[in-house]
Design a protein around this ligand. Sequence first.
Ligand code: 2NL
Length: 375
Amino acid sequence: MSDIEAIKDKYLDEISTAGDGDALEAIRVAALGKKGEISLLLKTLGKMTPEERQTEGPKINGARQAVADALAAKKDAMESEALNARLATEKLDMTLPPPSAPKGSIHPVSQVMDELAEIFADLGFSVATGPEIEDDWHNFTALNIPDTHPARAMHDTFYFPQTDENDMPKLLRTHTSPVQIRTMMNVAKQTGGAGEPIHIIAPGRTYRSDSDATHTPMFHQIEGLVIDKGIHMGHLKWTLETFIRAFFEREDIELRLRPSYFPFTEPSAEVDVGFSVEKGRRIIGGDAQGGVDGIGGGWMEVLGSGMVHPNVIRNCGLDPDVWQGFAFGCGIDRLAMLKYGMDDLRAFFDGDLRWTEHYGFNALDVPTLSGGVGA
Ligand code: 2NL
């Protein structure tokens, strides 16, 4: 056997027993690298006689090719062996839950608004919306609020600077009532003043220049309006009772209507909800008159309401002798606090992620009546 055959066999032998990629690479460098044994042999071809070259050339080139082929084949074999080993040991368990992706949460105010929309949809109410920047007329005048009413004073209402004296003063709505005003006016317009029944709720942002532990300059309100024929206080009380019981998810909640005054309703009533005390905490519902000496129960004011003032109906272009109705209003933030147990209103609007993560709701937990609102 010639030298070149021996060299080739040596490398093929080494290749066949190489244990890993590093060993294989070392063999490649030793044989076919720049200063590799076979590379050096190839260089000797130049100094040979043509006859020698004719016999040695094919042998050396054959050896180079054989070693290169063996290296490539061994590399392939190693790789498929490694892959087979992984396939044999690694398993993907499709039944495991997927890794959790970062996700946001639904703010309690949004959750409560969705709950309210769901509860009132079941009673035949639809959701109405309108602009947050309003004018004097829709926010005050149409609602029978006289020019001298303290609610119009600068300290309560955010007014925009007036650029033109002839423009109506613009302001941030102080309640969502202008939404009902606009709805009634649209109905009057579309029916040529004849009118038709209205059952709406108007949830949304409202603004007052007020800021302390229980008041933020921006807060959320929901108002409800029913306009129909022969509507009376009994309809109002039943509707509020049904709403409050559905919202707090218990049947043993008493409502107490106290005579009150609002310019836009007559008669007007403030609505108290009965609470009881459990483990030192006030719980909506239960025996409001239980306990001893007023400890163990009581009444909490949560709503304002009344029969829509005839002037308001008339201001919107409808005939108050034909159409009557009731209306109510309450703070959404307060409802959320009472239901979900937050005690500081200001935290609602601080934007602290720790708060929203704690009190927020899963986006897939859409409130439904069948699932228990807020379940
Ligand atoms: C409260 C009192 C109330 C209304 C809002 C209303 C709206 C129209 C006509 C008549 Cl368009 N009334 N809304 C009525 C009574 C009370 O809210 O204490 N809110 C927090």
